[in-house]
Write a new protein. Structure first.
Lengths: 95, 295
């Protein structure tokens, strides 16, 4: 469950490479078994990733997405929650 | 001999036995890579000794020993090789599960320096300093530190054009090498290649793997991320998809953010400078013609 007041950070154990409006994310690991994990973020995911500045809450980021992509609040909420759900599964974001 | 040098992927590597009485014996796979040149890119000083770890090392990466049985990876031993940091140095400690005569080895990698050390614990009279897995580990750190790409793939030169087909195990690398070989292509390698940017070109090189391996290279014209299919389909990839696909097939030790950053940068440059596409292919000669007409 994502708390909308939580502030997230980008994990220091991720190397991010921006390509156009998207990102490739590569986790730092100490096990060869984990090495095939490479993640990509589309334009929306990339925008949300860039908002993870350690200051903005999830609620703030939803507002930013609403404004940036000119979508309604429900769409922005769904996009942001989906992002956090996926990224938390990949242990990419540190609270 | 107490020293010899190899030219692999354009790098001249001198192996130099430091102690009198120690002789070096390259394996048959290295013979066509032996190169008589005195301007070395890397000197590896070889000593025979028990492996002693300096105090203050920190383990950063571990690899178990894995064998593929019918294409399925199966872990055989927890301990195979380990990467450690010791100040600015990178230390690689390895065992030799496939060779009872070689007990253990330690490579001192000095980033930014041309001289590394190799300590091998073995009773054999003629030491092969590039025996598996030392060959891949040394080449990995040499190329990673120089911003090259070390990748699982099959590379062929056909009608003077170089093609790299990359994919994980079972995706068709060997099949593609065989099909192009049957069509008259030169197979640069069917499993792993080093890609280096030389000027505005990308060259792919083989490395010593098989006993009759001949040193070989070709300029890259196109790269394909492959998988088997019933027909031939080539798809455009975004730069992000191409980078992620290539990264997944690279030989890489992901413990160092700096090394990851260097590799993603090298791959970014490659995907923006070359055609990198997805290829679903039928395993017959039709794919050779398809590739020829695809560009």
């Amino acid at each position: 469950m994502i708390n909308l007041n939580t502030i997230y950070f980008r994990s220091p154990r991720i190397v991010a490479r921006k390509t156009g409006d998207e990102y490739v994310l590569v986790p730092v690991t100490n096990q060869i078994a984990d090495m095939k994990s490479v993640y990509t973020l589309n334009t929306t995911g990339a925008f949300i990733w860039e908002q993870l500045d350690g200051v903005k809450s999830v609620r703030d980021i939803i507002s930013e997405v609403e404004e940036e992509f000119e979508v309604d609040g429900k769409t922005a909420l769904n996009d942001v929650l989906a992002f956090f759900h996926d990224m938390k599964d990949y242990l990419i974001i540190v609270e | 001999m107490n020293h010899y040098s190899l030219n692999i992927a354009g790098y001249t590597i001198l192996f130099n036995a430091l102690i009198r009485g120690v002789t070096l014996a390259p394996s048959p796979s290295q013979l066509s890579f032996i190169y008589d040149e005195e301007d070395y890119d890397l000197v590896i000083n070889v000593r025979r000794s028990k492996v002693k770890m300096p105090h203050g090392t920190r383990t950063v990466f571990r690899a178990p020993y894995v064998e593929e049985i019918n294409g399925v990876p199966a872990k055989k031993k927890d301990k195979f090789w380990t990467v450690l940091q010791y100040g600015d140095y990178i230390l690689i400690r390895t065992s030799f599960p496939m060779n009872d005569q070689y007990h253990e080895a330690l490579v001192f990698v000095r980033p930014g320096e041309k001289s590394w050390d190799l300590v091998i614990d073995t009773p054999v009279s003629g030491i092969n300093p590039f025996i598996y897995p030392l060959d891949g580990l040394i080449l990995y750190y040499l190329t990673a530190l120089n911003g090259d790409i070390f990748i699982h793939g099959s590379g062929v030169k056909y009608n003077n054009r170089g093609y790299l087909f990359t994919g994980s195990s079972g995706k068709g690398k060997s099949t593609m090498a065989r099909l192009f070989s049957e069509a008259g292509a030169e197979v640069i390698h069917d499993d792993r290649l080093i890609i280096r940017k030389r000027g505005n070109k990308y060259l792919m090189y083989n490395t010593p793997v098989y006993p009759d391996e001949q040193s070989s290279s070709a300029e890259l014209a196109a790269v394909y991320l492959i998988e088997h299919c019933k027909e031939n389909i080539s798809l455009t990839l975004t730069h992000t998809e191409a980078i992620a696909g290539l990264m997944s097939n690279c030989i890489q030790h992901h413990w160092s953010p700096e090394h990851i950053g260097t590799l993603t940068g090298a791959i970014f440059n490659l995907v923006t400078g070359l055609s990198v596409r997805s290829l679903k292919f039928a395993p017959d000669q039709s794919v050779v013609t398809f590739i020829e007409n695809d560009e």
